[in-house]
Design a binder for this molecule. Structure first.
Ligand code: LIP
Length: 263
């Protein structure tokens, strides 16, 4: 996909993200149909409905692209291009009417080594109407204005977010990090959306985000946006018998704090 085509693709994806965000916002204060409840997770029928909307809209322009999403996958597992979609990131916030959730769409291209590389990322938060974008050829932007991660270079002055995922062993990793770092940083925040934590670091609203057990769909678009905003998107694939597929430990920071949190 050349530069002109990628720019046209970005325009399409932004329009699709807006439609998904509008659907989220229209349902914000309405009763929610719950599909599944676990100790640290809730899944909604609206999650599925939002992903179906995103998939059907994208297929109008890119019928041959595969999709790897939180609510299901479509197409070949080795398709030249694939969408990575979290239709509602921050679902538990959304269930409790906490206005901090977003829709996340990334486009990945299969490289010569058979590895998917992100070439486009869009995150839309419908409550503040904030659209983050980045492509292989364009800088990271928020509502069309270039963004850059913060310049703070000491833990003492940093504000960080720690995420708590679904599996208890990953929750324990985050608890250890929070207990160790709380006395070393300015403030710790627990926000409930990995994608927004990453876009906030990209925008300079946070200086770092740490979480173990987030899935690729939570982080693909926003992690790419952070990299294009000059930040460090550290991610380690979690392995082992109980690890979920495409589950990562994320150590994301501005440029100066990379590696400083020992997470
Ligand atoms: C959420 C992530 C969050 C994590 C939650 C959940 P979802 O994604 O954004 O960082 O702590 O456990 O995974 O499920 O709302 O799309």
């Amino acid at each position: 996909m050349n530069e002109r085509d990628l720019k046209a693709c970005l325009d399409v994806v932004c329009k699709v993200a807006l439609k998904a965000g509008d659907l989220m916002y229209a349902n914000w204060r309405l009763p929610k149909q719950v599909n599944e409840v676990k100790q640290h997770d809730i899944k909604l029928a609206l999650d599925v409905k939002c992903q179906e909307l995103i998939s059907s809209e994208l297929k109008k322009f890119y019928p041959e692209f595969a999709l790897f999403g939180e609510e299901g996958c479509e197409g070949a597992t080795n398709a030249p291009y694939r969408w990575v979609v979290d239709p509602i990131d921050g679902t538990v916030n959304f269930v409790f009417e906490i206005p901090h959730a977003c829709t996340s769409i990334a486009l990945q291209k299969l490289d010569n080594q058979g590895v998917y590389q992100t070439i486009l990322g869009v995150v839309y938060e419908p409550f503040c109407k904030e659209m983050w974008t980045a492509t292989r050829d364009e800088v990271a932007m928020l509502n069309g204005k270039a963004i850059h991660s913060s310049e703070r270079n000491t833990l003492e002055e940093s504000v960080i977010s720690v995420g708590f995922a679904k599996m208890q062993k990953n929750v324990n990793l985050s608890l250890e990090a929070m207990a160790r770092l709380t006395s070393q940083v300015r403030k710790v925040r627990i926000m409930g959306s990995a994608a927004l934590d990453l876009t906030y670091v990209a925008t300079g609203r946070l200086d770092a985000y740490l979480e173990a057990g987030v899935r690729l769909w939570d982080i693909a678009a926003a992690g790419f946006i952070l990299e294009k905003a000059g930040g460090h998107f550290g991610k380690t694939l979690l392995t082992g018998p109980t690890a979920e597929p495409e589950s990562y430990k994320v150590d994301a920071t501005n440029h100066w704090l990379a590696g400083k949190f020992n997470f």
